[in-house]
Design a protein around this ligand. Structure first.
Ligand SMILES: [Zn+2]
Length: 291
């Protein structure tokens, strides 16, 4: 039976009807209520379900991807700052409201799950994914399953410490990988030269600008050190890189591969590829956890 997957973000609530075979049959999106009013969030979800079910069999269960941390039973959203959720028992409330079974997943985990089922990590038993966006998200597939951690927290790949005593991270620690591998790092380093986006820095480096090239090379070197450590720890079959920065394509991927392979302990070369599940990965991943 088809499932509905929700991807709740601070700008939009997107939802899709996904078939048993993993095909997106129908999709809808409505703005996330700007005043973060919880009642409006629920009614928006309800509207989307109605729209998706119109002309189709009603679904029995829905999955919901949220940008925040969940409790160990995946019933309560502990914190989703962009949504204004704090200790919100979303699973039960939404289940009652929709009259359906509800399953929650962190949005980064949903993206990893989607990548594993329908994207570039399909067929891998052990794999790792990072998303180079405003932050550094991602997750792990271990033994053919999304790794949920010993206590239900899964992994936080953005907060592995890459530089002891390094740049201050939004999490309060210093030197996290997120400070060096995210798109924000390129923006931070490029600002004093007048580049205000990661794409602007990368485009300037492509055009041969010396300062942009220096920033870009350091960025690649940092990502590569990070990935080499991940490979040394996990020996994954493949690593997928997603997020806005990955749009740089081979210009980014070729030096990352070469630099990473040079640093890895093992002689074999881990496959490092661009993520392919796309913008609907959250919807897919959410639907895939719905039972
Ligand atoms: Zn951090």
């Amino acid at each position: 039976m088809a499932k509905i997957g929700f991807d709740i973000g601070g700008t939009n609530i997107a939802a899709g009807l996904i078939s048993d075979e993993g095909t997106l049959l129908k999709k809808g999106s409505l703005p996330f209520p700007q005043d973060k009013d919880f009642e409006k969030v629920l009614s928006t979800c309800e509207q989307l379900v109605k729209a998706l079910e119109e002309g189709n069999e009603p679904v029995e269960s829905v999955g919901v991807a949220v940008p925040g941390s969940l409790d160990a039973t995946a019933s309560i959203v502990l914190n989703a700052f962009n949504l204004g959720f704090c200790n919100t028992p979303l699973k039960d409330i939404l289940a009652e409201r929709l009259g359906k079974k509800v399953f929650l997943i962190n949005d980064a985990d949903a993206a990893v799950l989607a990548e594993h089922r329908i994207g570039s990590l399909k067929g891998c038993t052990d794999a790792f994914m990072i998303t180079l966006g405003t932050g550094l998200g991602g997750g792990l597939i271990l033994n053919d399953k999304l790794y949920r951690g010993g206590r239900g927290h899964g992994s936080e790949p953005g907060h592995l410490i890459l530089y002891n005593g390094g740049r201050r991270c939004t999490c309060g620690n210093d030197g996290c990988a997120e400070c060096y591998c995210s798109a924000t790092r390129l923006v931070t380093d490029g600002k004093s030269y007048g580049w205000t986006t990661a794409k602007a820095v990368i485009d300037a480096a492509k055009a041969g600008d010396d300062f942009a090239t220096a920033i870009f090379n350091k960025y690649v070197d940092d990502i590569s050190s990070y990935l080499a450590s991940v490979i040394n720890l996990l020996d994954p079959e493949r690593i997928a890189i997603g997020g806005g920065v990955s749009a740089a394509g081979d210009f980014l991927m070729t030096p990352i591969r070469e630099n990473t392979w040079r640093k890895v302990f093992f002689n074999e070369r881990t496959d490092i590829v661009i993520a392919t599940a796309g913008n609907d990965a959250g919807i897919y991943g959410a639907a895939f956890i719905a039972e």
